[in-house]
Design a protein around this ligand. Structure first.
Ligand SMILES: N[C@@H](CCC(=O)N[C@@H](CS)C(=O)NCC(=O)O)C(=O)O
Length: 215
């Protein structure tokens, strides 16, 4: 069975778990908590030399980077969540890059300074956090526009681009972003969070957040 190394608060980890569930593959979830240094141990660095989560072990084949993992899984299991049509695939790649480069980078600035800094006794950088909020708003507006045009990020079917986006908007509640400010995104998200690929992972990000933070 595929092993996934990560933790439930990690947006990239959650992409991989949702992707496995969507394809219909069971996995063993091995908790690696970066907040207590578990990404930097000699044992973990052999699995993932980048010292980040997630990583997978697919019967001795190790892979890190959530987008590379989702593409590998879809190709291996011939899943249309990464479409074979090169134009559709190009659009999926475009959104995956956009989500990583813009949305996730802004989200990390907010999440680190608002939540993580307090947990690891680091000093929060208020300016970086505010910058994160500004850019998140700017880039969410683009997503909102796209989801007003097509039911999913790429045309009529769910792809790994939607999975990546869902993992990114999932923590909005805990960083005080009201998803209803983006009605098309809210409608799209409420449809997806009812499906088993999501509910098998958790009821909500807040539920996982509360259980990790309060133990
Ligand atoms: N681009 C990577 C991002 C991985 C990443 O930044 N993971 C964070 C947790 S969400 C991490 O491992 N942080 C620990 C650290 O930087 O030491 C992916 O998509 O897999």
């Amino acid at each position: 069975m595929i092993k996934v190394y990560g933790m439930g608060l990690s947006f990239p980890t959650n992409r991989v778990r949702m992707c496995l569930n969507a394809i219909g593959l069971n996995h063993e979830f091995i908790i690696i908590n970066p907040l207590v240094g578990e990404t930097q141990t000699d044992v973990y660095l052999k699995i993932n030399p980048s010292g980040k989560i997630p990583a997978i072990d697919d019967d001795g084949f190790y892979l890190f980077e959530s987008n590379a993992i989702m593409k590998y899984l879809c190709r291996k299991h011939e899943s249309d969540f990464y479409p074979k049509d090169i134009i559709k695939q190009a659009h999926v790649d475009k959104w995956l890059d956009f989500i990583n480069a813009h949305l996730n980078n802004s989200l990390i600035k907010v999440f680190f300074n608002k939540i993580v800094a307090g947990l690891i006794n680091a000093e929060a950088d208020k300016k970086s956090m505010e910058e994160g909020y500004v850019f998140l708003k700017r880039f969410m507006t683009i997503i909102e526009k796209q989801l007003g045009t097509t039911p999913y990020l790429v045309d009529d079917n769910m792809t790994i681009a939607d999975i990546a986006l869902l993992a990114t908007v999932d923590p909005f509640e805990v960083i005080d972003i009201d998803i209803s400010d983006y009605p098309n995104v809210a409608k799209w998200a409420s449809k997806l969070t009812d499906l088993p690929f999501y509910t098998k992972m958790h009821g909500s990000y807040k539920e996982t957040f509360d259980s990790v933070i309060t133990g």
